[in-house]
Design a protein around this ligand. Structure first.
Ligand code: ATR
Length: 275
């Protein structure tokens, strides 16, 4: 009998992670019997020892989520271009005594977008990115590669400046009083802030009265599926998308890296995840 290939997602809190559901669905579909994918609660202060011990125990690869993506970047011996550019790692694997790190979030974001949206709403168009936290890096890098004219608004302006420096790309930083004008020129608006994750929390960063009727509105939040941000957009009859497809596409890219197989994203999987 061949050996078991062990993979897992690590982070904190990890209890509600959907990644095991996604990877286990694909193991079943691809008839990959000797593969496992678990979730392991790991905090910042025990990240390094945990990685070393999982490596010693023969773990094959790890997905890394909040708040460990930046330390995973530091810990990697070899980095992919997307990891170097975003200074974050969400996919690790162990090989020849070395730790390899990639970030599949930018690919996940790009692949989650319908081709028409990339062509008509993003390429050479004004795009507004809200937020400058950990999850904004992948979106900024992806939008840059898609040739968008990017403007960033974040409550703390300094963090938006740091975001541009970290990712090493160009963009305009907006002040609160400049938002209304930019909103009315944007064909793509993406929320990467955590506003709206908590029940009853309202994302009031922009005034939807100023959003154009042909603007595509994206929220990285997928739980709740209809965030307060997307709810306001839907009330204005705008086209919207939540972050569930990005979650699945980043998982698909990790799966391909580890197992050499491009898994199929089917309706059955999306239903399992509550789409
Ligand atoms: P994540 O890893 O999910 O991106 P994060 O790194 O903690 O989380 O970033 C949270 C983002 O949400 C930041 O852009 C934060 O803005 P600040 O940089 O000003 O803190 C934004 N955010 C969170 N709560 C917010 C609020 N009440 N109003 C405006 N922005 C908020």
């Amino acid at each position: 009998m061949s050996e078991i290939t062990r993979t897992a997602v690590i982070g904190s809190p990890i209890e509600h992670s959907l990644s095991p559901t996604i990877h286990n669905h694909w193991f079943t579909k691809e008839q990959m019997k000797n593969h496992t994918y678990d979730k392991i609660e790991v905090e910042l202060n025990n990240f390094s020892e945990t990685i070393d011990s999982l490596n010693k125990q023969g773990c094959f690869g790890l997905n890394v989520t909040v708040p460990l993506k930046e330390v995973a970047y530091e810990k990697s011996d070899t980095l992919s271009e997307n990891a170097s550019q975003t200074k974050a790692v969400n996919t690790l694997w162990f090989k020849d005594g070395k730790i390899f790190g990639d970030n599949t979030d930018p690919v996940g974001f790009t692949k989650s977008l319908p081709d028409k949206v990339i062509e008509k709403k993003i390429n050479s168009k004004n795009c507004l990115l809200l937020g400058a936290g950990g999850s904004s890096r992948a979106v900024l890098w992806s939008l840059t590669q898609l040739n968008a004219n990017i403007a960033i608004y974040n409550r703390t302006e300094e963090k938006a400046e740091n975001l541009l420096k970290t990712v090493g790309v160009n963009g305009k930083i907006l002040k609160k009083e400049e938002l209304d004008d930019y909103v009315s020129t944007s064909s793509f608006i993406v929320n990467t802030t955590s506003l709206g994750l908590q029940e009853g929390e309202v994302n009031d960063l922009i005034n939807f009265e100023n959003v154009r009727s042909d603007t595509y509105v994206y929220d990285l939040i997928y739980n709740p599926p209809l965030s307060s941000f997307l709810d306001q957009a839907k009330n204005k009859k705008l086209k919207t998308q939540n972050g569930l497809r990005m979650l699945v596409e980043q998982a698909a890219a990790s799966f391909k890296i580890w197992h050499g197989v491009s898994p199929i994203v089917d309706e059955e999987l999306m239903k399992k995840l509550g789409a």
